[in-house]
Design a protein around this ligand. Sequence first.
Ligand code: SF4
Ligand code: SF4
Length: 475
Amino acid sequence: MIEKKINRSANDIYGMPILGFLFKNQTFIFVLRLIVLALFLYGVYLGFKDPGEENTFTRYLFWGLFWSLFMVVSLATFGRVFCGICPHGFLGKYITKFGLQREMPSWLKNPWWGLGLIIIGWWAVYYMYPGFYRLPLVTAILFVGVTAVAFLLYYLYKDMSYCKYVCPIGSLTKAYGRLSFTWLGSYKEDCSACKTFDCATACPYNLKPFTFNKKNTMEDCSLCMECSTACDAINFSIVPPGNSLYKKFKLDKIEVWTFILITASITISMGFHHGIGRSPIAQYTPWVQSAEYFKSFMSFGSIDVVGLFAFLYALGITLFLVLGGMFLTSKILKAEYSKTFYTLGYAFAPLFLIGGLDHLMHSFFTHTYADIANSFIYGFGLESDKVQNLASRKDSWLGIFGIFKYIAVVWAFLILYKRVNLFNASRIAKVLATLSASLLIIFYLSLGAMRDFAMSKKAHTHTIHTQSKTIHSKG
Ligand code: SF4
Ligand code: SF4
């Protein structure tokens, strides 16, 4: 480690008492990674040993604690720390060091692999066969398969290419990490005279962290913190949330597509299928009607046809709104379509991650916390009473989490406004462009209102049903 006398700025996490220890102390980080690795291995082992539904440990470790609780909360705050403690990245660093160090072939060096895997390999299957991946045995087989592929690619190719191009989680964490309030960079004055570039040499991803500030992107940085161990001039700072999104940077197409397709696959699809789809107006929705129509002359086996159509409609509507809206916007701004699309598409970032905190926090208090705690009691055979939920679904105070939906919308508009200002256009053109590029944001907002309306119908129907039962029983 190169010892340099660094005057750390007040917002540098490395200079802070507790956070500095958590993010910079390599022994602590190493132990944390070992614990996560041990949990990962035990979860997979238990998936094979107890493959039935009674094995809640495997299910809630992977699909409750890691995804989505830890990933969503950490991405929205400290950034890509999920990658920083990921068992694949942790072991991959050593595998790749002793591997063949080849260049990944260009057909594989395409981040669409990672994004495609998460949209088709996970979400399409999730809607068609709900609960399938959550079966402990399926979860265990899935993670053994992913681990085998990851290790093989780490062994064959250099610079952690698996993380950069193939990992389904990597595409998501890289894009959404931009919304966090942290930034890894370096002290310019300490770097300017550097001749050794220890940070770049130490980086397993072959990145140059001293260029991040200038380029306004952290590229594929996984927050592994190897560079900060190699050189003290690296800083990890607290910045305004989503700071990089308000300025220019080299546009990354896959980041924009991640925001669009993840919003469609999770936020909009769930709004259709689990929101409106569970209300009294469900049978009038196009996805239910389409499912009924196709089922009348086709056999779908055990596929959840309504779920599949909800997913397809969500994808179709999202693409229509985004592609159509951006086409109009490019005309208004008199700018190239592709430039308009990729410059402004970053505005969709908060919809899933920040808006999703509403559902995530609600679920945490009503069941996720107890589910995870009870699954650990089961997994480790602890002598303990069952942990109860922290709140009931009827608790009105849970409504405060609804604020996240509005924060997401306001934030999306703010990013859009700032990024429209990167174009040369008249003021009125910019106002119109902001409106036409925001069709997906407006639809997201109205989807929430539609769901609330549909649910109020349910409550209304339930009240009438209860009243009529009371009258009948009195009669
Ligand atoms: S990109 Fe994927 S494999 Fe690599 S560290 Fe992140 S989650 Fe792990
Ligand atoms: S830039 Fe630093 S923290 Fe980021 S991946 Fe490279 S070594 Fe790890």
